[in-house]
Write a protein that binds this ligand. Structure first.
Ligand code: GAL
Length: 825
């Protein structure tokens, strides 16, 4: 994060004024408040709840971001859908219990809050900005409706100036309503993203009021064009002056510009600045600059606005593919839904930061925000940590996928939704492309390309600097009805076997694997015999971590790797998915209690599955990967065939079972793509003890080794945290991995002990998860069964500096203990 801002100071907004006590002058021009505390919440529709005099004392007190449904209980009747999932090639409608997660998000909910607006008086403007509200938001101030916004994923704002009373208490009320059969995954419920109150002068820069682009980038200079919109009451447009300073990441001013506009002129500024010796933004070097603009009428400071940006260039070229800052590269991307596992949809920057750190270590450099607008915090973190984003708008256009999905709003709202999406995020260097849709059923009618052109025109009007993609899954229809040649970046979902054919037909001259793999697995679960399978189902509702199981329409990772490596002009992939998410428990869509997905490289708790290392071996070119599977604790399998796989960045390795060589394997092309990307010993017979792999580099030198041992009985609990020094901001989180180990420190890979978490001091227990897609244990209770030896406990810092003591216990196990520290930052 830029040195200009404090730790959580205001991710996501161009205008960042209120948390800068060092610059009191700003506070006079613009104040911004996050409305996080003191909300009252009630589930169900309540007549008169919008009225100021309504008595809400008995309602629950909550803080926002808040997801009303994540507390459960899980129930297969929540949003039970009788559907035929067309994109899964289903022929008949069947009952799907966990499709949207089995959590109680359907129905109406109300939020109310006192709205104090200090300093509000004649000549001031007040705006409410919602980062996202799930869904069908209706916003009331002092009993009067100020506006509504149906799409739960988008950001929107309302000017509430005319609704406020100066010098008095005001009342804010928000009604939200989620329909059944409106989603294909868990959407969350409520005010699950932040709500901001902005107070400015009458003459001010509106929400998302700047548009900054960079061009003509050389080693010596980069041109920065900053367009700044100003709003002023009609008939009262004074002469204005805009003073802009660009600062580098160290806070040094590197360019300035002052522009003036005569009274009554159309108050839009365009400033052109030059940054000398620009440091370029890339995933590997996420360097950021900030343009700070001060708006004056005469000598009076009217507003200040900050636009954080990066300097980078990119191209998508026919016959060449994608390049960033002149360097050709392929997207090493993942698709992610927005939920944060046990936190549900309630956004938390620390949770996002941990996700991105795990993806970064895997070598991932890109994220597709499937299939909707992300939280602004994610976009800001992607700027800071270095990820390229495909920001996506819709999962359907005019033709529905689900009965009450976005198609009902499409005609009236698509343009408004696209405009907000683009204006909010178009200054972010991480955003490399927009996506107008995922697998829309309109692929299969002649209107599809017509709609695509219309949507692309809107996006291009708002931002001509980025190309526009769509994820397509109906290959033949995409050419028959003409969507594929129209979309600027043709993205294909699960079609590596048809890339060559597509490239021969596409005028664009390249294509993207917009959604790939959908391999399914459960962390720590291995099934025998080890065979490639589609739609494979087991009695325990789990999938095997040998990474050979996929859906009827999808593949193992290796099949996509081969197509990516063998075909020029395939510009990378976005794997479905980085993390498991709530809902879509394919292949167990019909088998409650399955309620979360199995597509992730990491499970719902954020623990890596084996597949994480298969991608890491390919994507992380800075650090070696050497990973063995399965675990080696198989009482009862003695003498039985138990294949051993090694996911490694090294070209070859030798496997030993209890010191006896099983031979050396080298990655090589064969009729199975797996042999190119994994080392596999398929005939190993299980014997307790240890498996060891010795890796060789390209010169044949033994360079690394890895051992997995048979575990003894569970003995103690081992804790490790993603970080132990937390900000005392009431928000920061530590993710503590809890392992059941034997006396020697080996993971007990089948341990399912009930573990109890106790937290005291300057923090509290927030939630926990074990990654089991069938577990009905609530996330917010401080106890849970280990799943294959592990759980993750999430501890939240309080506002007090101090120590947090964490103890985790389980019957017959030595207690695991750990101390975290919180400090005011
Ligand atoms: C795709 C779809 C995703 C997800 C995935 C599961 O068809 O775009 O949203 O459903 O399948 O494999």
């Amino acid at each position: 994060m830029s040195a200009l801002f404090g730790r959580w100071a205001l991710v996501g907004l161009g205008a960042l004024a209120f948390s800068l006590p060092a610059r009191p002058a700003l506070a006079q021009a613009r104040q911004e408040y996050l409305l996080t505390t003191d909300w009252k919440f009630s589930k169900g529709d309540v007549p008169d709840a919008a009225k100021p005099e309504f008595k809400d004392a008995k309602w629950q007190t909550v803080s926002v971001p808040h997801d009303w449904a994540i507390y459960g209980p899980f129930d297969g009747n929540n949003d039970l859908q009788k559907v035929k999932i067309e994109q899964n090639n289903e022929q008949t409608a069947t009952l799907k219990a966990g499709r949207t997660g089995g959590l109680p998000f359907i129905g109406t909910g109300w939020y109310r809050r006192r709205l104090a607006v200090p300093g509000f008086r004649a000549g001031k403007r007040a705006v409410l900005l919602f980062d996202g509200a799930m869904s069908n938001a209706q916003v009331f101030v002092n009993g009067r409706e100020v506006g509504r916004w149906p799409y739960g994923y988008n950001s929107f704002s309302f000017d509430i100036t005319a609704f406020l009373k100066a010098g008095a208490d005001n009342t804010l009320a928000v009604r939200l309503q989620n329909q059944p059969e409106a989603s294909r995954w868990y959407p969350g419920a409520g005010l699950y993203r932040n709500v901001h109150l902005l107070l400015t002068d009458d003459v001010h820069i509106p929400v998302w009021g700047t548009y900054l682009t960079t061009s003509d980038i050389t080693a010596q200079t980069a041109r920065v064009k900053l367009r700044t919109q100003v709003e002023a009451p009609t008939g009262a447009r004074p002469a204005l002056r805009l003073v802009t300073e660009i600062r580098d990441a160290a806070g040094k001013v590197v360019a300035t510009s002052t522009s003036s506009l005569a009274a009554a002129a159309k108050p839009d500024f365009e400033q052109n600045l030059e940054v000398p010796q620009p440091k370029l933004w890339s995933p590997e070097t996420p360097v950021l600059y900030t343009a700070s603009s001060r708006l004056y009428a005469g000598q009076t400071l009217k507003d200040e606005y900050r636009t954080r940006f990066g300097i980078r260039s990119f191209k998508f070229e026919a016959g060449k593919g994608f390049s960033l800052n002149g360097q050709p590269r392929k997207f090493k991307g993942v698709c992610n839904h927005h939920d944060l596992g046990p936190l549900g949809a309630a956004v938390n920057p620390a949770a996002l930061r941990r996700q991105l750190a795990l993806l970064k270590d895997m070598g991932c450099d890109a994220i597709r925000t499937s299939h909707n607008m992300p939280a602004p915090e994610l976009v800001s973190l992607a700027d800071e940590m270095g990820f390229m984003l495909m920001v996506e708008a819709f999962d359907e256009w005019k033709s529905p996928k689900v009965k009450n999905g976005y198609s009902q709003y499409f005609d009236q709202w698509a343009e408004k939704d696209l405009v907000n999406m683009v204006r909010r995020d178009r200054n972010h260097p991480s955003v490399i492309m927009w996506s107008i849709g995922n697998e829309v059923p309109d692929q299969s009618n002649p209107n599809g390309p017509v709609l695509a052109k219309r949507l692309q025109d809107i996006v291009r009007r708002e931002d001509p600097t980025r190309p526009i993609a769509a994820g397509m899954d109906r290959f033949d229809d995409d050419f028959k009805y003409g969507l594929a040649p129209v979309v600027e970046i043709p993205g294909f979902n699960y079609k590596p076997h048809r890339y060559a054919e597509a490239l021969s037909k596409l005028p664009q001259g390249f294509l993207l694997g917009s959604e790939t793999a959908s391999t399914v697995s459960s962390r720590g679960v291995y099934k025998f015999p080890v065979v490639m399978a589609k739609e494979k189902k087991y009695d325990d509702n789990q999938c095997s971590s040998y990474d050979l199981e996929a859906c009827s329409w999808s593949q193992t990772p290796d099949e996509e790797f081969a197509a990516q490596d063998d075909l020029p002009n395939v510009i990378g992939e976005f794997v479905w998915t980085g993390f498991d998410y709530l809902g879509e428990p394919t292949p167990y869509d019909e088998k409650w209690p399955s309620h979360s997905s199995m597509f992730g490289m990491l499970d719902l708790a954020g623990l890596p599955k084996d597949r994480y290392y298969l991608y890491r071996a390919r994507w992380n070119t800075a650090q070696p990967t050497l990973h063995l599977l399965p675990h080696w604790t198989w009482p009862g399998r003695e003498g039985q065939t138990t294949p051993v796989f090694c996911y490694t960045s090294y070209p070859s390795a030798e496997l030993f079972v209890n010191g006896v060589s099983q031979g050396r394997q080298t990655k090589a092309k064969s009729d199975r793509p797996q042999t190119r990307y994994r080392l596999m010993w398929n005939d190993v017979k299980y014997a307790p003890g240890a498996i060891k792999v010795v890796a060789y580099d390209a010169q044949g030198k033994a360079v690394a080794e890895e051992t997995v041992r048979t575990a003894g009985p569970p003995h103690h609990i081992k804790l490790s945290a993603d970080h132990t020094a937390l900000a005392a901001d009431g928000q920061d989180l530590a993710y503590v991995t809890v392992r059941v180990e034997d006396a020697e420190g080996n993971l007990c890979p089948d341990a399912a002990d009930l573990l109890q978490v106790a937290v005291s001091g300057a923090g509290r227990f927030r939630a926990m998860a074990n990654g089991d897609p069938t577990s009905l244990e609530p996330f917010h209770q401080p106890q849970m069964h280990a799943f294959h030896g592990q759980v993750v406990a999430i501890i939240q810092a309080s506002n007090q500096a101090g120590a947090v003591q964490l103890n985790v216990s389980g019957a017959g196990l030595q207690v695991g203990a750990m101390q975290l520290k919180t400090a005011i930052k």
